[in-house]
Design a protein around this ligand. Structure first.
Ligand code: CU
Length: 245
């Protein structure tokens, strides 16, 4: 296992995702696991109550809204919103793997937060950005490899965006400084984001040996190796720690 400390989200350059070609006859398995924050006995960082302005407070009916950069489930230490992806991913061999033909993935601005906070998608897949709030948002993407974008959106606006290069980058709102989201773009379909239970699942991965990366916006990335066999779910969980200073 290796760990990298610095700029984890921006380190995914064009050449970082190596492609290995597997025969079309290679059969597939699944990769499942959990992402866990390993410093359970350390000072727990958790959701911080956001200081919303008047309009955004009203948009949440006066209810408190928590930050989303670090969400550790207290019951079992699992960590949400971790991108998990196969580093040496096999090249796609069949049309069924072509996510670009599927419906768009939605990034919504609602209650002055992004929904979801972290998403992944393939190059060429349509991302639909929309504003469900009755106020102006300004979605400002900060990629370093793909073209940047900066869109003002009133209530009900939608905009479709696609990306051509693999990269993980931040999105922010220029109107509301607490708003942020992360987008992971990959040139293969073998990626996921850990859910509210800290669980992830990557399906239809051809049998083979892989390096798999889990990357969190605050705590950085962890890489592990795994062997996927045909028809069997391979389990690979990640412990993610606060980097040592
Ligand atoms: Cu905003």
């Amino acid at each position: 296992m290796t760990r990298q400390r610095s700029t984890p989200w921006l380190a995914l350059g064009t050449g970082a995702v190596a492609l290995a070609v597997y025969p079309a006859s290679t059969l597939a398995g699944s990769l499942v696991g959990k992402t866990t924050f390993s410093d359970k006995n350390g000072p727990a960082e958790g959701r911080v109550k956001l200081k919303l302005d008047t309009d955004c407070t009203a948009a949440n009916s006066g209810n408190a809204v928590g930050s989303e950069d670090v969400i550790v489930n207290k019951s079992d230490g699992t960590l949400r919103n971790v991108i998990v992806y196969v580093k040496n991913a096999p090249k796609r061999e069949s049309a069924k793997d072509d996510e670009t033909s599927q419906e768009s993935i939605v990034l919504d601005q609602k209650g002055c937060t992004y929904h979801p906070h972290v998403l992944t998608l393939m190059t060429g897949r349509k991302l639909t950005v929309k504003n469900s709030d009755r106020m102006l948002h300004n979605i400002h993407g900060l990629p370093q490899i793909n073209p940047g974008f900066n869109l003002s959106q009133h209530f009900g606006a939608t905009e479709d965006i696609t990306f051509v290069k693999p990269e993980i980058f931040k999105v922010k709102c220029d109107v509301h400084p607490w708003m942020s989201a992360w987008i992971g773009v990959f040139n293969h379909p073998y990626h996921a984001v850990s859910d509210k239970d800290g669980a992830y699942r990557i399906d239809d991965l051809p049998a083979g040996d892989y390096e798999v990366v889990a990357v969190h916006e605050v705590y950085g990335e962890v890489t592990q190796k795994v062997t996927v066999k045909d028809g069997e779910p391979a389990e690979l969980s990640f412990e993610i720690a606060r980097p040592k200073k």
